[in-house]
Design a protein around this ligand. Structure first.
Ligand code: FPP
Length: 250
């Protein structure tokens, strides 16, 4: 990756990605069912979307359900599906009013019909919005994303629309889920875990990584500001040395 033209303007991330972890532990600490942790998690989602919109962050990608989450107890998986559906139904007007463009990425074939219909509907309704680009990753994993990109490329080659000899990093990236968005500048993971957990793999190549012990339902404006403060203190060198960045910024 070369240094972006606007390296001097990178004090505010253009694209933030979040692994929202700790809903279950938040509930457990209060002797509540795990499901209530997820409900509170939705409130934190709402706050962060609003704040990112107000701060004119261009893109926000949230990891809501990984390809591996199907392995959870059936009752919890069913609850999460219902929560996604109800949240979409309840929030769509607000998203539209706030000029948010929503898209869901991942293997959507895994979801039931009503949820898929609402995903389509929400994406269509918000498609022309020009504010925050909100991406919800569901039934998503970084490895799935890379394999689906490879599969699309194979199909293109078979159809005679792409020559294998010209496959470059840039061309490969065009087939990934977030191809049209700026690279992820800042990844936030809550709940004190220091893992990427098969979230965006390709897209995190040069991201700054921020880990906090805060559990997702407690993530608020103060916590987001702490993450942004951390980000502003990083020197993003993209493989270069400090002196080269100083020249570019001069
Ligand atoms: C991780 O906490 C959280 C999830 C797997 C679900 C995240 C979903 C939401 C916050 C709802 C978002 C809804 C929309 C529509 C975007 P965990 O259950 O792994 O917590 P634990 O590690 O403490 O058990």
């Amino acid at each position: 990756m070369s240094i972006p033209d606007n390296v001097h303007a990178l004090k505010r991330p253009r694209h933030i990605a979040i692994i929202m972890d700790g809903n279950g532990r938040w509930a457990k600490r209060r002797h509540l069912p795990r499901m209530l942790g997820h409900q509170e998690g939705v409130k934190a989602v709402r706050k962060v979307i609003k704040l990112c919109g107000e701060m004119r962050i261009e893109a926000l990608t949230l990891f809501a359900f990984s390809s591996e989450n199907w392995q959870r107890p059936e009752q919890e998986v069913n609850y999460l599906m219902t929560l996604f559906l109800n949240t979409l139904k309840n929030e769509i007007d607000k998203l539209t009013k706030n000029n948010v463009q929503l898209r869901m990425v991942g293997n959507l074939e895994g979801f039931n019909q009503p949820l898929r219909e609402w995903i389509d509907k929400s994406q269509t309704l918000t498609a022309k919005n020009t504010g925050l680009q909100l991406v919800i990753a569901v039934n998503y994993s970084g490895q799935w994303d890379i394999v689906q990109a490879a599969q699309k490329i194979i199909n293109q080659v078979k159809a005679g629309k792409l020559e294998t000899e010209i496959l470059t990093r840039e061309i490969f990236a065009e087939y990934l889920s977030l191809a049209d968005l700026p690279a992820v500048d800042l990844l936030i993971r809550t709940s004190g875990e220091y893992r990427i957990s098969n979230f965006l793999l390709w897209q995190l190549a040069y991201s700054e990584l921020y880990f906090t012990d805060i559990l997702w339902p407690d993530f608020d404006e103060h916590e987001l500001n702490k993450a942004l403060q951390f980000y502003t203190q990083r020197e993003r060198r993209f493989g270069c040395i400090s002196e080269q960045l100083a020249e570019i910024n001069a």
